[in-house]
Write a protein that binds this ligand. Structure first.
Ligand SMILES: [Zn+2]
Length: 195
């Protein structure tokens, strides 16, 4: 998932960007990708400066430097920014408005833990603590729900269900779909260790 931005008129108070940011970030945290209602609602959302104010104060009111995040991710990211020796090794924050996180990380089905494939992913996961327990739990639950949807679809395809059962099964899939759509992070089941 790569977020795209609308054209928003510059403001002197970045807090005025809240509503366009929520919309541009599809009501998700830019980093953990949870929906607002999965992190306690928009009241628990905050505006993060991708390049921290401490590093470049001139970007404080730049719309393109403001990201919609959950309180926890914003708090963990704080004013961290790679030092020159870290940048030289490829350590940096992955920008979700430029690159898909999926190119840098995948996750283990059972543990829900993100697995870094690049130096940028190692830095991003480390600094934002993207493997904190509540996020691993969230990913595990998403995985379980997607597995259940697969089973329900197979039941329908089997032809063993009555018309009424098919209807009920479709309704169940319809109810479950919002929890996995759009799917967050690339899921890579790893056998046999992760089974
Ligand atoms: Zn978050």
């Amino acid at each position: 998932m790569i977020f795209t931005r609308s054209n928003v008129a510059p403001e002197t108070d970045y807090n005025k960007y809240k509503e366009p940011l929520r919309k541009d970030f599809k009501y998700r945290c830019a980093y953990c990708l949870r929906l607002e209602d999965q992190f306690g609602g928009h009241a628990n959302g905050e505006i993060d400066h991708f390049c921290p104010q401490a590093i470049d104060p001139t970007k404080k009111t730049e719309y393109n430097n403001c990201y919609w995040t959950c309180h926890e991710c914003n708090n963990k990211k704080w004013h961290h920014w790679p030092k020159p020796w870290q940048s030289a090794k490829g350590f940096r924050f992955i920008d979700p408005c430029v690159e898909d996180f999926d190119k840098h990380m995948d996750y283990m089905a059972k543990s829900g833990a993100l697995n870094a494939l690049t130096a940028a992913a190692r830095y991003t996961i480390w600094k934002i603590r993207l493997n904190r327990p509540e996020l691993r739990f969230h990913r595990r639950r998403q995985w379980d729900i997607s597995e259940e949807i697969n089973i329900l679809r197979q039941m329908i395809l089997s032809g063993d269900l009555s018309d009424l059962e098919v209807e009920e099964t479709q309704r169940r899939i319809h109810l479950l779909n919002p929890f996995i759509n759009p799917p967050i992070f690339r899921r890579v089941p790893r056998a046999p260790m992760d089974k």
